[in-house]
Ligand binder design. Structure first.
Ligand SMILES: NC(=O)c1ccc[n+]([C@@H]2O[C@H](COP(=O)([O-])OP(=O)(O)OC[C@H]3O[C@@H](n4cnc5c(N)ncnc54)[C@H](OP(=O)(O)O)[C@@H]3O)[C@@H](O)[C@H]2O)c1
Length: 288
């Protein structure tokens, strides 16, 4: 990945978001040799093609990490145009600008590009088919297509993120009762694991599409039950099924992502358990 003698330049979009923040922290701590330009939406609006082209031309990045997206799954059903602009036109603008300066685009997508039918773990060869009632998933699928037009770009499909910027678990400390979904399957993924693994793939010259996931999976109920046990909480967990609640967007039930391709590329036999990572993450939180 290091090119000639000049420092590698990495442009991060959405650098104040959950994943973008993790990227900025990771690169500053572990790769101070890299020249990083972190931008939030005021500094670089990815929906604005001329602005994107200008920023990319000026900074001449070797890599563009796109952490910007429209991520409110339910609101996307009503803010359809905004979600389209961010999740489709944004990646398109970035992919076009990247190719003009020979930069490579790193983009993130989601298990929501699948309809969630069946019980198998989705592979990169499975054809995406987002649920009709999930506009977020549909826009993420369309965004992927633009990024993959350039063969040197990289997409990681990820799911159920948590990290320093947004942790989903302390809510259990404030409730007497909590009702997690018992029929949605996937795995909670620590943003720290995501950026470390992505960077490894980038360094090794990976391209195309990868599913970035642990070796095991769970329901949301399993996840919150794990946290409850770890923190020894009194909260009562009551499982609920997806069809018991009316949310604006439909959720795929089976979001399991198969990590075989990633393991083969990295030459490793395992990528760990979501439980180990979550336990480590919970240990980083202030437990008072
Ligand atoms: N979170 C998950 O569980 C999850 C699951 C699967 C896949 N993903 C994917 O992972 C990626 C990162 O997600 P995340 O959860 O880190 O997202 P996030 O926390 O919602 O961050 C998105 C960032 O994009 C910025 N943004 C909004 N409009 C913008 C614009 N026009 N131009 C530039 N930046 C703009 C936002 O800034 P403001 O806050 O200032 O608007 C925010 O900082 C996304 O591609 C997402 O689809 C996330």
């Amino acid at each position: 990945m290091m090119l000639s003698h000049e420092p590698t330049r990495i442009l991060i979009t959405g650098s104040q978001g959950m994943l973008g923040t993790e990227w900025a922290v990771f690169l500053a701590h572990h790769h101070p040799e890299v020249s990083v330009l972190g931008t939030d939406c005021r500094e670089l609006d990815i929906t604005h093609s001329a602005q994107v082209e200008r920023a990319v031309k000026e900074f001449q990045p070797h890599w563009i990490i796109n952490s910007a997206a429209y991520t409110d799954v339910d609101k996307a059903e009503t803010e359809r145009d905004l979600a389209y602009q961010l999740n489709v036109l944004g990646p398109q603008n970035l992919a076009e600008a990247a190719s003009k300066v020979n930069a490579r685009l790193i983009h993130f997508s989601t298990d929501y590009v699948f309809n969630g039918f069946g019980h198998h773990a989705w592979t990169e060869k499975d054809t995406p088919n987002p649920l009709p009632g999930n506009w977020y998933g549909q826009t993420k699928k369309l965004g992927e297509d633009f990024v993959l037009r350039e063969s040197s770009n990289l997409i990681f499909r990820i799911q159920w993120l948590y990290g320093q910027k947004k942790e989903r678990f302390s809510v259990l400390k404030t409730r007497t009762e909590f009702t997690p979904f018992i029929d949605q399957f996937g795995a909670p993924t620590w943003t720290q694991d995501i950026v470390k693994t992505c960077f490894e793939v980038m360094k090794r010259g990976g391209n195309g599409l990868f599913h970035l996931a642990y070796d095991d999976f769970a329901s949301w109920y399993d996840v919150y039950d794990f946290v409850k046990q770890e923190w020894n909480l009194a909260v009562q967990l009551k499982p609920k099924k997806s069809d018991e609640v009316q949310l604006p967007a439909k959720r795929p039930l089976n979001g399991r992502l198969c990590n075989q391709k990633l393991k083969k590329f990295l030459g490793v036999s395992e990528l760990g358990s979501w439980k180990t990572s979550l336990k480590n993450f919970l240990g980083t939180l202030n437990n008072d």
